[in-house]
Design a protein around this ligand. Structure first.
Ligand SMILES: NC(=O)c1ccc[n+]([C@@H]2O[C@H](COP(=O)([O-])OP(=O)(O)OC[C@H]3O[C@@H](n4cnc5c(N)ncnc54)[C@H](O)[C@@H]3O)[C@@H](O)[C@H]2O)c1
Ligand SMILES: O=C(O)C[C@H](O)C(=O)O
Ligand SMILES: [Mg+2]
Length: 648
């Protein structure tokens, strides 16, 4: 016997692998509790009880919504559909009587019912690498997303630990890879190279009058999976799911966008079922013209929108960031979000050694991967060290000597031909390398052996790069507690697994990975803690904070404030246990804190222009606690609004 998701014992026919779950298996206490809940809910509905929030700014989750449709059209509209949870009075008001089974379900029971079915289906379908049911779960959740958004987000928020790995990393990678097959209903907008000259008008095809957050990708570097072309839209959808679940951005005001300028993935180009433009990627000015037109179009229709750039290949990630960051409200998650999360993790690793954060500039850090993420981390780490060392030119110069950068061609030195300008500041001086017994192109293992780093950080997209040999070499680290950050996604691209790290280096290390892994049982009652070092701990708060302060740009200071808040989030006790990032179950709280830190910084930099009822002057007057309250009250929660019909 094993426990089913409802907490009851289910019959398991082990050979067939089938679990029987049904009402008859509910234990009596559970049934009694559910019935109590049903009765209370029905009383609440009959009493016509509508809560109105009276806080700094009213949360619209509780106001009645005016709808201009009725009957079957409501059931087919995921923004308003409540399925079996429509009350009888609402069914009458909206001409729904008879179109639904007669039993009115309280929302919690509706979720129980869905979960029971989800669990039953899980045992019948098999796909996905690390989780054999991952895609099956994604399909079921996606169908729910299509028909009832409120319920979808209720499930996601309530079970974020279980379903973030499905709607986000790692399964979202698998979804993108299989997107042509999985595509059912469209979600988001597609701006393609064929739409040049049309974007300014086509942007009005999107039904929402207000859009707060756009996540845009060109599909050129999806996680560590390379160029997936139009199929990359899955990552924009997954990121926005976290914006809703973690930051409480209203799901009616998010827009996933794919800019399809072609793909250089030959397999996709040869696939007749591929859904994107069947041409090679536009380059140079042609490429820029498409992205420029897109930016102009969305900011013309929604001047207050925030645009997050996601999974653009490095060569464009940096250029586009420089091109737009001082004129548009935008940021690049892979460059800037990742940098902040890594800084928080690196500071956590210093604290975990029992040292103060101010010792960070003494850390020797080897970074494998010189792409948008690796370089983003290095720039931010260098600035953080420089600030701690006196915040002057000399400090900035000297800080860079703490880093060793290794890419596909090995250690990057000044000797490197055609060196990428972004990597140049971190290229090592040859004379100094001679002293270390290193040379241009030295292998990762040689670098680790010679440098004896405190931290080994991977953003290379190469699964298994931290081989046995590399991890053995790290045993020579001069740190009392070396840190390993295997940050590449998805799971199979992680530079090493926590099992590999703990089994070779023992339990006195800090470990973090980009995709989720389980903790490792080290025997003798010891647990090797696996942290998830993922930009999901920052981007939702950066977006929410920017929205609520109304800053026209996202400054370095706002990003730094976000990272520092995350770094300080973990208690001394947790950090000493090796827990440097919070559990994802706390993501809504962290996001609230990060957003508040972003707002505070924007106010201090005089960038905050206000949002809705909260103007710049009022924002300046808020205390720390009031800022937190303001953020909390503006986070959307998945509650069914009372619907009232009005003719168009
Ligand atoms: N955990 C997170 O929050 C997070 C955030 C952003 C990116 N990432 C992950 O980081 C990875 C890289 O992203 P990116 O945008 O920088 O990609 P990228 O393609 O721009 O860069 C990859 C870099 O890795 C280098 N590389 C390749 N083979 C190598 C090898 N054998 N040894 C050392 N370096 C090697 C390449 O030369 C390149 O510099 C991806 O897997 C992505 O999913 C994780
Ligand atoms: O998407 C993620 O999980 C993190 C990051 O943005 C990435 O590109 O890997
Ligand atoms: Mg990314």
């Amino acid at each position: 016997m094993k426990l089913n998701p409802l907490g009851t014992k289910a019959n398991v026919a082990a050979d067939e692998g089938v679990t029987f779950v049904g009402r008859s298996h509910f234990p009596q206490e559970k049934m009694a509790m559910l019935w109590k809940h049903v009765r209370a809910w029905k009383r609440h509905v009959i009493a016509g009880h509508h809560r109105l929030s009276r806080s700094l700014t009213t949360s619209e989750g509780h106001r009645p919504s005016i709808v201009h449709k009725r009957s079957i059209d409501i059931l087919h509209d995921p923004w308003f559909n409540k399925g079996t949870a429509f009350s009888m009075t609402e069914r009458d008001r909206l001409d729904l009587r008879g179109l639904l089974p007669p039993n009115v379900m309280p929302p919690d029971l509706q979720i129980e019912r869905f979960m029971a079915d989800l669990k039953r289906l899980e045992v019948q379908a098999r796909d996905g690498p690390s989780d054999p049911y991952a895609l099956a779960k994604w399909r079921i959740l996606n169908r729910l997303h299509d028909r009832n958004e409120t319920m979808y987000y209720k499930v996601l928020i309530a079970k974020i630990e279980e379903y973030a790995p499905i709607v986000y990393t790692p399964t979202v990678g698998l979804v993108c890879q299989n997107y042509s097959g999985l595509f059912r209903r469209p979600r988001g907008m597609y701006f393609s190279a064929e739409d040049r000259g049309e974007m300014m008008s086509m942007v009005y095809n999107w039904p929402a009058e207000q859009v707060d957050m756009i996540v845009v990708t060109d599909g050129s570097r999806i996680l560590g999976l390379g160029d997936l072309g139009v199929q990359g839209i899955g990552i924009a959808i997954g990121k926005l799911d976290l914006y809703v679940a973690a930051a409480g951005i209203n799901p009616q005001r998010v827009l996933p966008v794919m800019i399809d300028v072609g793909t250089n993935n030959e397999k996709l180009l040869k696939d007749p079922l591929y859904l994107g433009l069947q041409q090679h990627r536009l380059e140079g000015d042609d490429y820029l013209a498409v992205v420029d037109e897109f930016m102009e179009a969305v900011f013309t229709r929604w001047p207050n929108v925030i645009v997050q750039f996601e999974d653009f290949q490095s060569k464009w990630a940096f250029k586009l960031l420089q091109r737009y960051r001082s004129t548009y409200r935008m940021f690049n998650d892979d460059v800037q979000g990742t940098a902040g999360v890594a800084i928080a993790g690196l500071l956590g690793a210093v604290r975990a050694q029992g040292r103060p954060m101010i010792d960070f500039p003494k850390q020797k850090i080897v970074v494998a991967g010189a792409g948008s993420a690796g370089i983003g981390v290095l720039n931010a780490a260098r600035k953080t060290m420089a600030r701690m060392l006196g915040n002057n030119e000399i400090a900035f110069e000297s800080a860079k000597s703490q880093f060793w950068l290794v890419d596909a061609k090995g250690l990057i030195t000044k000797e490197r031909e055609n060196i990428d300008p972004e990597a140049l500041p971190f290229a090592r001086n040859l004379k100094e390398m001679d002293r270390h017994g290193l040379r241009e192109g030295a292998s990762l293992v040689e670098v680790v052996k010679q440098v004896k780093p405190d931290v080994l950080l991977g953003l290379s997209a190469v699964g298994g790069l931290f081989s046995k040999e590399v991890l053995e070499a790290l045993k020579g680290s001069t740190s009392t507690r070396p840190a390993i950050f295997a940050m590449s996604n998805p799971t199979k691209n992680a530079e090493c697994t926590p099992e590999e790290a703990f089994s070779i280096l023992g339990d006195n290390i800090i470990f973090a990975s980009g995709s989720p892994f389980s903790n490792v049982d080290l025997g003798n009652g010891h647990i090797g803690h696996c942290n998830q070092g993922n930009n999901m701990y920052l981007f939702p708060g950066i977006g929410l904070g920017t929205l609520l302060c109304g800053s026209r740009i996202i400054s370095d200071g706002m990003l730094q404030a976000a990272a520092e808040r995350l770094a300080a989030y973990m208690s001394e006790e947790e950090v000493l246990k090796g827990i440097i990032f919070p559990s994802i179950s706390r993501i809504r709280d962290i996001t609230k804190e990060v957003a508040a830190a972003v707002i505070k910084e924007a106010v201090e930099e005089d960038l905050a222009e206000g949002y809705h009822g909260m103007d710049a002057r009022e924002l300046r007057r808020l205390s720390q606690d009031e800022i937190l309250e303001y953020v909390k009250n503006n986070m959307w929660s998945p509650e069914y609004p009372t619907l009232v019909y009005k003719k168009d």
